[in-house]
Design a protein around this ligand. Structure first.
Ligand code: HEC
Length: 238
Protein backbone atom coordinates (compact mmCIF):
# COMPACT_ATOMS: atom_id res chain seq x y z
CA UNK A 1 0.00 0.00 0.00
CA UNK A 2 2.74 2.36 1.08
CA UNK A 3 4.68 1.80 -2.15
CA UNK A 4 1.59 2.59 -4.18
CA UNK A 5 1.04 5.84 -2.29
CA UNK A 6 4.63 6.96 -2.76
CA UNK A 7 4.49 6.11 -6.46
CA UNK A 8 1.27 8.08 -6.91
CA UNK A 9 2.77 11.06 -5.09
CA UNK A 10 5.90 11.03 -7.26
CA UNK A 11 3.86 10.66 -10.44
CA UNK A 12 1.52 13.53 -9.63
CA UNK A 13 4.51 15.72 -8.76
CA UNK A 14 6.15 15.02 -12.12
CA UNK A 15 2.85 15.69 -13.91
CA UNK A 16 2.26 18.94 -12.09
CA UNK A 17 5.78 20.18 -12.88
CA UNK A 18 5.59 19.31 -16.56
CA UNK A 19 2.00 20.42 -17.18
CA UNK A 20 2.16 23.80 -15.56
CA UNK A 21 5.23 25.09 -17.34
CA UNK A 22 4.62 28.81 -17.58
CA UNK A 23 6.51 31.78 -18.92
CA UNK A 24 8.27 34.18 -16.58
CA UNK A 25 5.15 36.34 -16.54
CA UNK A 26 2.98 33.41 -15.49
CA UNK A 27 1.15 32.88 -18.79
CA UNK A 28 0.95 29.12 -19.52
CA UNK A 29 3.20 28.19 -22.43
CA UNK A 30 2.12 26.57 -25.68
CA UNK A 31 3.42 23.11 -26.48
CA UNK A 32 6.13 23.31 -29.18
CA UNK A 33 5.97 19.58 -29.95
CA UNK A 34 9.29 19.61 -31.84
CA UNK A 35 11.07 16.60 -33.27
CA UNK A 36 14.72 17.18 -34.19
CA UNK A 37 14.87 13.86 -36.01
CA UNK A 38 12.45 15.30 -38.60
CA UNK A 39 14.94 16.43 -41.27
CA UNK A 40 12.34 18.11 -43.48
CA UNK A 41 11.12 20.25 -40.61
CA UNK A 42 14.76 21.13 -39.78
CA UNK A 43 15.43 22.15 -43.37
CA UNK A 44 12.34 24.39 -43.47
CA UNK A 45 13.36 25.87 -40.11
CA UNK A 46 16.89 26.59 -41.40
CA UNK A 47 15.47 28.43 -44.41
CA UNK A 48 13.19 30.57 -42.22
CA UNK A 49 16.04 31.20 -39.82
CA UNK A 50 18.45 32.56 -42.43
CA UNK A 51 15.70 34.56 -44.15
CA UNK A 52 14.11 36.11 -41.08
CA UNK A 53 16.49 35.97 -38.14
CA UNK A 54 20.19 36.32 -39.04
CA UNK A 55 19.70 39.91 -40.16
CA UNK A 56 19.64 40.76 -36.44
CA UNK A 57 20.67 37.61 -34.57
CA UNK A 58 23.84 35.57 -34.92
CA UNK A 59 24.37 31.88 -34.25
CA UNK A 60 28.06 32.08 -33.65
CA UNK A 61 28.62 28.46 -32.75
CA UNK A 62 27.18 27.14 -35.99
CA UNK A 63 29.07 26.90 -39.27
CA UNK A 64 27.17 26.78 -42.55
CA UNK A 65 29.00 23.67 -43.73
CA UNK A 66 28.24 21.80 -40.50
CA UNK A 67 24.58 22.70 -40.89
CA UNK A 68 24.61 21.53 -44.53
CA UNK A 69 26.09 18.19 -43.51
CA UNK A 70 23.79 17.63 -40.53
CA UNK A 71 20.65 18.56 -42.42
CA UNK A 72 21.52 16.58 -45.52
CA UNK A 73 21.73 19.70 -47.70
CA UNK A 74 23.95 20.16 -50.72
CA UNK A 75 26.70 22.67 -49.70
CA UNK A 76 26.39 24.40 -53.09
CA UNK A 77 22.65 24.88 -52.58
CA UNK A 78 23.29 26.25 -49.10
CA UNK A 79 25.82 28.66 -50.54
CA UNK A 80 23.41 29.83 -53.24
CA UNK A 81 20.17 29.93 -51.28
CA UNK A 82 20.80 30.15 -47.58
CA UNK A 83 23.85 32.32 -47.17
CA UNK A 84 23.41 36.06 -47.10
CA UNK A 85 25.50 37.28 -44.23
CA UNK A 86 28.58 35.10 -44.58
CA UNK A 87 30.63 34.64 -47.68
CA UNK A 88 32.40 31.33 -47.12
CA UNK A 89 30.74 27.98 -46.44
CA UNK A 90 33.07 27.39 -43.47
CA UNK A 91 32.00 30.63 -41.78
CA UNK A 92 29.86 30.83 -38.66
CA UNK A 93 26.40 32.39 -38.83
CA UNK A 94 27.25 35.95 -38.00
CA UNK A 95 25.04 38.93 -38.69
CA UNK A 96 25.09 41.65 -41.27
CA UNK A 97 24.31 44.33 -38.70
CA UNK A 98 26.95 45.84 -36.43
CA UNK A 99 26.01 45.11 -32.84
CA UNK A 100 26.28 48.73 -31.68
CA UNK A 101 23.90 49.72 -34.50
CA UNK A 102 21.31 47.21 -33.39
CA UNK A 103 21.66 48.31 -29.81
CA UNK A 104 21.01 51.88 -30.85
CA UNK A 105 17.95 50.89 -32.90
CA UNK A 106 16.31 48.53 -30.46
CA UNK A 107 17.76 49.64 -27.14
CA UNK A 108 18.80 46.01 -26.52
CA UNK A 109 21.31 43.87 -28.38
CA UNK A 110 19.49 40.97 -30.09
CA UNK A 111 20.96 37.91 -28.32
CA UNK A 112 23.00 35.25 -30.10
CA UNK A 113 20.59 32.37 -30.75
CA UNK A 114 23.08 29.46 -30.69
CA UNK A 115 22.02 28.11 -27.33
CA UNK A 116 18.78 30.01 -26.71
CA UNK A 117 16.78 26.75 -26.86
CA UNK A 118 18.70 25.47 -23.87
CA UNK A 119 18.42 28.62 -21.79
CA UNK A 120 14.75 29.37 -22.56
CA UNK A 121 13.29 26.00 -23.55
CA UNK A 122 11.52 25.11 -26.81
CA UNK A 123 8.00 25.72 -25.48
CA UNK A 124 8.91 29.28 -24.55
CA UNK A 125 10.45 29.97 -27.98
CA UNK A 126 7.39 28.59 -29.76
CA UNK A 127 5.07 30.62 -27.54
CA UNK A 128 7.16 33.78 -28.00
CA UNK A 129 6.96 33.49 -31.81
CA UNK A 130 3.19 32.97 -31.51
CA UNK A 131 2.72 35.69 -28.91
CA UNK A 132 2.94 38.94 -30.90
CA UNK A 133 -0.13 41.19 -31.06
CA UNK A 134 -0.86 44.77 -32.16
CA UNK A 135 -0.17 47.41 -29.55
CA UNK A 136 -0.03 51.02 -30.71
CA UNK A 137 1.67 52.14 -27.49
CA UNK A 138 4.85 50.26 -28.42
CA UNK A 139 7.56 51.74 -30.69
CA UNK A 140 7.49 48.55 -32.80
CA UNK A 141 3.68 48.61 -33.03
CA UNK A 142 3.48 45.19 -31.37
CA UNK A 143 3.73 43.60 -27.97
CA UNK A 144 4.12 40.00 -26.84
CA UNK A 145 2.04 38.16 -24.25
CA UNK A 146 4.95 35.90 -23.24
CA UNK A 147 7.55 38.69 -23.13
CA UNK A 148 5.72 41.94 -22.39
CA UNK A 149 7.29 45.07 -23.87
CA UNK A 150 9.90 43.15 -25.82
CA UNK A 151 12.10 45.24 -28.09
CA UNK A 152 11.87 42.64 -30.88
CA UNK A 153 9.55 43.59 -33.75
CA UNK A 154 7.10 41.03 -35.16
CA UNK A 155 9.46 39.98 -37.96
CA UNK A 156 7.20 37.16 -39.19
CA UNK A 157 4.23 39.48 -39.74
CA UNK A 158 4.13 38.88 -43.49
CA UNK A 159 3.57 35.18 -42.75
CA UNK A 160 1.23 35.40 -39.76
CA UNK A 161 -0.37 38.80 -40.18
CA UNK A 162 -1.13 40.86 -37.10
CA UNK A 163 -2.90 39.35 -34.13
CA UNK A 164 -5.23 41.21 -31.78
CA UNK A 165 -5.57 40.69 -28.07
CA UNK A 166 -9.00 40.13 -26.55
CA UNK A 167 -10.03 41.46 -23.14
CA UNK A 168 -9.49 38.06 -21.53
CA UNK A 169 -5.87 37.95 -22.71
CA UNK A 170 -6.28 35.60 -25.71
CA UNK A 171 -4.80 36.54 -29.07
CA UNK A 172 -6.17 35.78 -32.51
CA UNK A 173 -5.54 36.90 -36.09
CA UNK A 174 -8.68 38.51 -37.58
CA UNK A 175 -9.58 37.42 -41.11
CA UNK A 176 -8.75 40.85 -42.59
CA UNK A 177 -5.23 41.07 -41.15
CA UNK A 178 -3.96 37.62 -42.14
CA UNK A 179 -0.53 37.20 -43.69
CA UNK A 180 0.46 34.70 -46.38
CA UNK A 181 -0.17 31.73 -44.09
CA UNK A 182 -3.21 30.21 -42.44
CA UNK A 183 -3.18 29.78 -38.66
CA UNK A 184 -2.13 26.14 -38.99
CA UNK A 185 0.61 26.92 -41.53
CA UNK A 186 2.03 29.62 -39.28
CA UNK A 187 2.03 27.23 -36.32
CA UNK A 188 3.92 24.71 -38.44
CA UNK A 189 6.40 27.35 -39.66
CA UNK A 190 7.18 28.47 -36.10
CA UNK A 191 7.43 24.82 -35.02
CA UNK A 192 9.99 24.27 -37.83
CA UNK A 193 11.92 27.34 -36.68
CA UNK A 194 11.98 26.16 -33.07
CA UNK A 195 13.02 22.67 -34.22
CA UNK A 196 15.97 24.32 -35.94
CA UNK A 197 16.76 26.38 -32.81
CA UNK A 198 16.61 23.18 -30.76
CA UNK A 199 19.12 21.58 -33.14
CA UNK A 200 21.35 24.71 -32.97
CA UNK A 201 21.42 24.44 -29.19
CA UNK A 202 22.68 20.89 -29.35
CA UNK A 203 23.74 19.68 -32.84
CA UNK A 204 25.02 16.46 -31.30
CA UNK A 205 21.41 15.57 -30.47
CA UNK A 206 20.95 14.30 -34.03
CA UNK A 207 23.85 11.87 -33.63
CA UNK A 208 22.74 10.98 -30.11
CA UNK A 209 19.26 10.07 -31.32
CA UNK A 210 20.63 7.84 -34.06
CA UNK A 211 23.11 6.11 -31.76
CA UNK A 212 20.41 5.88 -29.08
CA UNK A 213 18.20 3.84 -31.38
CA UNK A 214 20.92 1.26 -32.00
CA UNK A 215 21.96 1.14 -28.34
CA UNK A 216 18.38 0.44 -27.22
CA UNK A 217 17.94 -2.17 -29.98
CA UNK A 218 21.17 -3.85 -28.89
CA UNK A 219 20.06 -3.87 -25.25
CA UNK A 220 16.71 -5.40 -26.20
CA UNK A 221 18.40 -8.20 -28.12
CA UNK A 222 20.79 -8.73 -25.20
CA UNK A 223 17.82 -8.87 -22.84
CA UNK A 224 16.15 -11.64 -24.83
CA UNK A 225 19.40 -13.63 -24.99
CA UNK A 226 19.93 -13.21 -21.25
CA UNK A 227 16.40 -14.43 -20.51
CA UNK A 228 16.92 -17.50 -22.68
CA UNK A 229 20.28 -18.19 -21.04
CA UNK A 230 18.78 -17.84 -17.59
CA UNK A 231 16.14 -20.41 -18.43
CA UNK A 232 18.81 -22.72 -19.76
CA UNK A 233 20.98 -22.44 -16.62
CA UNK A 234 18.13 -22.95 -14.19
CA UNK A 235 16.66 -25.94 -16.02
CA UNK A 236 18.82 -28.48 -14.11
CA UNK A 237 18.35 -26.78 -10.74
CA UNK A 238 14.55 -26.92 -10.74
C1 HEC B 1 14.85 43.40 -36.63
C2 HEC B 1 15.73 42.71 -35.76
C3 HEC B 1 15.32 41.31 -35.31
C4 HEC B 1 15.02 40.25 -36.12
C5 HEC B 1 14.99 40.18 -37.63
C6 HEC B 1 14.74 39.13 -35.21
N1 HEC B 1 14.88 39.53 -33.91
FE1 HEC B 1 14.74 38.34 -32.29
N2 HEC B 1 15.23 39.90 -31.08
C7 HEC B 1 15.47 41.19 -31.51
C8 HEC B 1 15.73 42.04 -30.36
C9 HEC B 1 16.05 43.53 -30.40
C10 HEC B 1 15.64 41.20 -29.22
C11 HEC B 1 15.80 41.60 -27.76
C12 HEC B 1 14.41 41.75 -27.22
C13 HEC B 1 14.32 42.13 -25.78
O1 HEC B 1 15.12 41.65 -24.97
O2 HEC B 1 13.41 42.92 -25.46
C14 HEC B 1 15.32 39.88 -29.72
C15 HEC B 1 15.16 38.76 -28.89
C16 HEC B 1 14.89 37.49 -29.34
C17 HEC B 1 14.76 36.33 -28.49
C18 HEC B 1 14.94 36.29 -26.98
C19 HEC B 1 13.64 36.50 -26.29
C20 HEC B 1 13.82 36.45 -24.80
O3 HEC B 1 12.91 35.98 -24.13
O4 HEC B 1 14.86 36.88 -24.28
C21 HEC B 1 14.48 35.27 -29.30
C22 HEC B 1 14.26 33.82 -28.88
C23 HEC B 1 14.43 35.77 -30.65
N3 HEC B 1 14.68 37.12 -30.64
C24 HEC B 1 14.16 34.98 -31.75
C25 HEC B 1 14.13 35.46 -33.05
C26 HEC B 1 13.84 34.62 -34.20
C27 HEC B 1 13.56 33.12 -34.14
C28 HEC B 1 13.91 35.42 -35.28
C29 HEC B 1 13.62 35.04 -36.70
C30 HEC B 1 12.28 34.58 -36.97
C31 HEC B 1 14.23 36.77 -34.82
N4 HEC B 1 14.36 36.75 -33.45
C32 HEC B 1 14.40 37.87 -35.66
C33 HEC B 1 15.50 41.64 -32.81
C34 HEC B 1 15.25 40.86 -33.92
Amino acid sequence: MMVKKVATAILSYILSVSCYAASEVGVPLLDADVDVSNTVSLQRGARLFVNYCVSCHSAEYMRYNRMAEDLGLDPELVKDNLMFAADKIGDTMTIAMRSDDSEQWFGVKPPDLSVISRSKGVNYLYSFLNGFYLDSTRPTGVNNIYYPNTAMPHVLWDLQGFAKKTDDGQIFVPEDSRGDMTVIEYQQATRDLVTFLDYLGEPAKLVRYKIGFWVISFLLVLFVITCLLRREYWRDVH
